[in-house]
Every structure is written in C-alpha cells, then in structure tokens.
Design a protein around this ligand. Structure first.
Ligand code: AMP
Ligand code: MG
Length: 327
C-alpha cells in the first residue's frame, strides 16, 4: 500500500502581484501544514500586519477536524459508520447530512460516474489498508449493494440492504469550502490559499489570479502543466497515482467505476476548475470515471466547469481548460 500524501495539484508559481504583496512590509504571510484527510493540508494566509493569525488558524483546524471526524467512514465510533451499518436512519450531524445530500445529488447527472453508494466496493478493495484484490463473486455482491436507491428526505436517510455511503470523493472539497467561508468573513485577510491535498480554493481581495501547477501523473513529483485560477474559484484533480496498491506489477488505484466495481482505467488524471471546491472535487472524480469522450460531452452541458484530461500514458488529451504544457 502506498499513499502519496503530496497531492496532484499545488501552487506552482506565485504571480508577480502576489510576490509584491507578500514582500511588502505591511503584510504578514503565514503558511501552516498538517496531515489531515490522509493527505497534506496547507493553508496560506496573507494579512495586514498587526493582526494575530493564531486564532484564525485555530478556527481553521477545528473546522477541518470536525469535517474529518464527521466523514470518516472507518471510525467505528463515528456517525457515518453507524449510518452505514443499518438502513433508514435520522442523521443528526449536519455535516454528514450536507455531505450526503450533495453526494446523492450528483449520482443522476453524472450517470453514476460519481456515486457515493460505492462505500461497500471501496471497503472491499481495502485501499486504506494492505489492499485486497476481490474475487468476481465478492465484486458481484458489493455491486448489487451499491445499486439500491438511497434518498435523503430532510434529515432522514432512506435506504435498504445496508448500502454503505462513502463521501470520500467530496469530503476534502466540502471542507475546503467551509474553511473559505470562515476566511471570507475576516476583513484583514487579503489573500488566502486553502489546499487540501490538491483541492484548492484561492481568493484575493483585489482579484489577482493564481497560477497552479498540475502534477505529471507518470512522475508525480514533477509538474506537467500550469493554468490560471481566478480569485474566488476552486480546483481539484483526480489522479490514478494518489492512492493505490500494486499486485503482480498491476496498479489498483482508488477511483472506482461504480458500474464495474473496479478502478477506472480510461485516463490517468483530470483537473477541474469550478466555483465551489466540492463541485471541483466531485466532477474531477466523475470525469475521471467517464473518460475523455464522455467527459467532453458532459462538459458541453456544464459551461461553468473547466477540465483538462491526461491519458493513461500521462499525455495531454484535451479539455476546455486552457493550460500551458511545461514538459
Ligand atoms: P478523492 O480522495 O477526492 O480523490 O476521491 C476518491 C475517493 O472517493 C476514494 O478514496 C473513494 O472513497 C471515493 N470514490 C472512489 N470512486 C468513486 C466514485 N466513482 N464515486 C464517488 N466516490 C468515489
Ligand atoms: Mg477528489
């Protein structure tokens, strides 16, 4: 089992304007990093001097910890585990209800390419442990379980057959949006970059854009391309190198095609820009599963979303996100 904590997309360059701002004596830049959500979380805040950012960071970590705990499908003492261990249930934790609501909302529009009912399938593959290569019979059982209807009516989750829900494909995005909401209320913050394992929200009070690097899927320590992220927007990448195990030289990665119950092998990485980080998180996984041809059709009907695809050899395929290829 290999986890690559340093994720896919990260801040590559800072634009000239930002360099100027961060060098100005008026300003105060603090970057803090923690391991959360099984990945590297980095928060960078640029604020007017004379303001103590410690309470701000405390509030940010507290918010992230709350999301991490709420959405942990494996913690046997946590709410999601209980929800996944039974059928119809009232959800008391608002964070869980919000995450499941938005997750369920995207099953139909993505034709199940993004489908949080994959909980049982993901657990079977044991990506967070040693990794398990399931037999055909094991897969058939969990696939059936992942197809039963699940509905959230107010805070009542209606489901049957113990269908296990896995919000792992949207947890970092929804948490990044929640942190942005906190930082947006603080007047003396001039600019911030929230990076939850490559789920990024970046904002600048004066509207300066950001330049973001895309990791090379075949050599994830290298940058393959860059693009401009407008202030107030989010981006995320789904890549086959982020979490995987290998058996007999074959890589089994964590993005599952819910139709087959197996790792999707149409592309190696998809990077998405959307207004909200949770949407970028969800759609990056959805487009990864759809692959390029179906993904491009999806983008035609979603003009507010930009995406770029890299094929299984790590080569640029295309998309409606303008990028600069670096190598
Ligand atoms: P991310 O961490 O954002 O790359 O999302 C991947 C995680 O989402 C996996 O670890 C699974 O927990 C979950 N997942 C995998 N495949 C799917 C899928 N097709 N739809 C929804 N969630 C998925
Ligand atoms: Mg994601």
């Amino acid at each position: 089992m290999r986890i690559r904590p340093l994720n896919i997309v990260y801040i590559l360059f800072i634009v000239a304007g930002l360099t100027f701002v961060s060098c100005s004596r008026r300003d105060n830049t603090i970057r803090r990093t923690r391991l959360m959500f099984d990945t590297v979380v980095t928060i960078t805040i640029y604020a007017e001097t004379g303001n103590d950012l410690s309470p701000v960071f405390e509030a940010v970590w507290e918010e992230l910890r709350a999301w991490e705990t709420a959405l942990d499908a494996y913690d046997t003492t946590a709410g999601l585990y209980r929800i996944n261990s039974g059928d119809t249930i009232t959800i008391e934790d608002k964070k869980i209800a919000d995450a499941l609501e938005i997750g369920l909302e995207y099953i139909q529009p993505t034709d199940s390419a993004f489908d949080i009912r994959v909980g049982g399938i993901v657990r079977l593959w044991d990506f967070t442990g040693e990794g398990h290569l399931p037999s055909e019979n094991e897969l058939i059982a969990v696939l059936q379980n992942a197809r039963y209807p699940v509905e959230l009516v107010d805070v009542t989750l209606i489901k049957s057959r113990n269908t296990a829900l896995d919000p792992g494909g949207l947890g970092k995005g929804i948490a990044a949006d929640a942190v942005a909401e906190i930082l947006d209320t603080i007047e003396y913050i001039e600019r911030y970059i929230i990076d939850l394992g490559g789920n990024i929200v970046a904002n600048d009070r004066s509207g300066k854009p950001f330049v973001i690097g895309v990791r090379d899927p075949k050599s994830p320590d290298d940058v393959i391309a860059s693009f401009t992220l407008q202030s107030g927007y989010s981006c995320a990448t789904a890549g086959d190198y982020q979490r995987f195990f290998e058996r007999d030289g074959v890589r089994y990665h964590h993005i599952i095609d819910p139709k087959t119950g197996r790792p999707s092998r149409k592309v190696s990485s998809v990077t998405v820009i959307a207004k909200e980080a949770v949407v970028a998180d969800i759609i990056s996984t959805a487009l990864f599963v759809m692959g390029y041809e179906k993904g491009v059709l999806f983008l035609e009907s979603s003009p507010e979303i930009r995406a770029v695809f890299f094929d299984t050899n790590g080569k640029y395929l295309g998309g409606n996100l303008e990028i600069e290829i670096i190598k």
